[in-house]
Design a binder for this molecule. Structure first.
Ligand SMILES: *Cc1c(COP(=O)(O)O)cnc(C)c1O
Length: 233
């Protein structure tokens, strides 16, 4: 399948998931995750109309960012080390992996220096898998409360990753759990403002995530493909 065929197929699967769950198509935004592909393929994705691009490591993203830059809107979706914050803030419009106060502090510091605010998603670990980053559900509201100390951070919503499942349906409780946690956060008024967004759903499970309320799906393999590792950076 080529890029345009994959985009068309993903689009029809998103539309059907919206129909099944009574949602409007415009509520669901797509991030093309380019971490498995070359700069040329990432460029092709953007030229094919995929405006939002996601990467999970600055070291891998740098060459693509330098080549594509402002032709895309950049999303940092991976675990973010504090010493990489200065590389990422100002280039990536959205950070999906806010998961600790030391990171909040560094993001706020660099954003203040640049005179900008940073759009963030708080990452939650709903499944409880030890291999996953993110706050336990019980930690999330206390964490959100502390973010008042970091006025340069604008929280848009919550992010999670479901465990890999051979049967996509098995991911549903994780996505539902994230939605319920967002609702709880809003009801408690912890942030002082309401958040709408849920960043959840990948190639293997995005339709379930949409049915459970995803507003950003992060799609790599199914959308832009996966290429063998290469040496072009
Ligand atoms: C790699 C990655 C994705 C996309 O993965 P696919 O299964 O290829 O769609 C989404 N989110 C995060 C955080 C990732 O690291």
């Amino acid at each position: 399948m080529n890029m345009r065929e994959r985009i068309r197929l993903v689009e029809s699967r998103i539309e059907e998931a919206c129909l099944r769950s009574g949602r409007r198509r415009e509520e669901v935004n797509v991030i093309a995750v380019t971490k498995y592909v070359s700069t040329e393929t990432a460029r092709e994705a953007v030229d094919s109309g995929l405006r939002h691009v996601g990467e999970n490591r600055w070291q891998d993203a740098q060459a693509k960012w330098e080549a594509i830059g402002a032709d895309a809107v950049w999303h940092f979706i991976g675990h973010l080390q504090s010493n990489k914050v200065k590389d990422v803030v100002g280039k990536f419009a959205y950070i999906h992996s806010l998961d600790r106060l030391s990171l909040a502090k560094e993001l706020d510091r660099v954003a203040a220096k640049l005179g900008i605010t940073v759009n963030c998603f708080i990452q939650a670990n709903i499944s409880g898998e030890l291999s996953k980053h993110g706050l336990a559900p019980a930690e999330l509201l206390p964490f959100a409360e502390r973010l008042a100390d970091y006025p340069r951070l604008k929280v848009l919503g919550l992010m999670t990753m479901a465990p890999y499942e051979t049967e996509a349906e098995a991911t549903r409780p994780v996505f539902r759990g994230l939605r319920e946690l967002r609702d709880k956060l809003n009801e408690a008024g912890t942030l002082g403002y309401s958040v709408d967004h849920l960043s959840m759903g990948m190639s293997g499970d995005f339709e379930i995530a949409i049915e459970e309320g995803a507003t950003w799906v992060r799609l790599g393999t199914v959308l832009v493909g996966k290429e063998p590792a290469r040496e072009d950076g």
